[in-house]
Design a protein around this ligand. Structure first.
Ligand SMILES: [Zn+2]
Length: 246
């Protein structure tokens, strides 16, 4: 990867696929500059007996909007911080927004829109018929993907990847299964702004829209900017603060 990739507002908010390449084996959709590093990491994992599979890769704005609105309407399960189901009708809009953001991104604000980020599991470790859930227990030291977790810890950085949700920093919950390409995602984050997000949401019919609009700068800071830095500090502090509002 030579030049710094350019991201338009449409790319950053998942409203185009022009930066995305569909990979046939394993089936996934990634940013064009992330395909080769991913396949190289996958082949290195294979050498260690790990079948590194993407559970979810590129996701567009409309898909994220459907998830959001499904949770608002009670058509899709809304889980609390403790993993127990919540009734959206029992919550006011602010509480509803907070509850959804525990486990789901705001449409336009998911790193999955960039094609630089994806969720992984180890298909070699899962017993036949196993339903991957992407929950912390699976990645615990004795969990079904505990070995994958240790492998990523030791090897992901060598292939250019890191975990942006490694520890809880007040925003997104830890997601040990979520990988990000440090250089390409770093470029995306530096080009992304809260104005782009506001604009993407303007024409969408979003549940709890008034609460989201009112709190947008805070939500952007808490859920978009507040991530774990890649090892070696791939996101320099000057660049990170340039996307922040005072
Ligand atoms: Zn993810």
């Amino acid at each position: 990867m030579g030049e710094i990739p350019h991201f338009s507002a449409e790319m950053l908010t998942g409203r185009t696929r022009e930066h995305i390449v569909d990979v046939a084996d394993p089936r996934c959709s990634l940013h064009r500059d992330v395909v080769a590093p991913f396949l190289s990491m996958r082949s290195s994992a294979k050498g260690d007996g790990i079948d590194l599979m993407p559970a979810s890769s590129f996701r567009d704005f409309d898909r994220q909007l459907a998830i959001w609105n499904g949770k608002c309407r009670g058509e899709r399960e809304l889980l609390g911080e403790d993993g127990r189901p919540l009734d959206p009708r029992a919550l006011d809009d602010d509480a509803l927004v907070d509850a959804i953001l525990v486990w789901s991104a705001l449409p336009g604000a998911s790193r999955h829109h960039w094609g630089t980020d994806f969720d992984v599991f180890d298909a070699a470790a899962a017993p036949a018929g196993y339903q991957v859930r992407l929950v912390p227990e699976e990645y615990a030291p004795d969990g079904v993907f505990g070995r994958l977790g240790r492998w990523l810890e030791a090897n992901a950085a060598r292939h250019g990847f890191f975990r942006p949700y490694a520890v809880f920093r007040g925003g997104s919950r830890p997601e040990p299964w979520h990988l990000s390409h440090a250089a390409v995602a770093g470029a995306a984050l530096r080009q992304y702004s809260v104005e782009m997000l506001a604009q993407a949401l303007q024409s969408a019919s979003l549940g709890a829209a008034a609460a989201v609009q009112r709190r947008l700068p805070d939500l952007f800071e808490k859920y978009v900017c507040n991530i774990d830095a890649p090892p070696g500090g791939g996101i320099d502090s000057a660049a990170a603060t340039s996307t922040r509002l005072a």
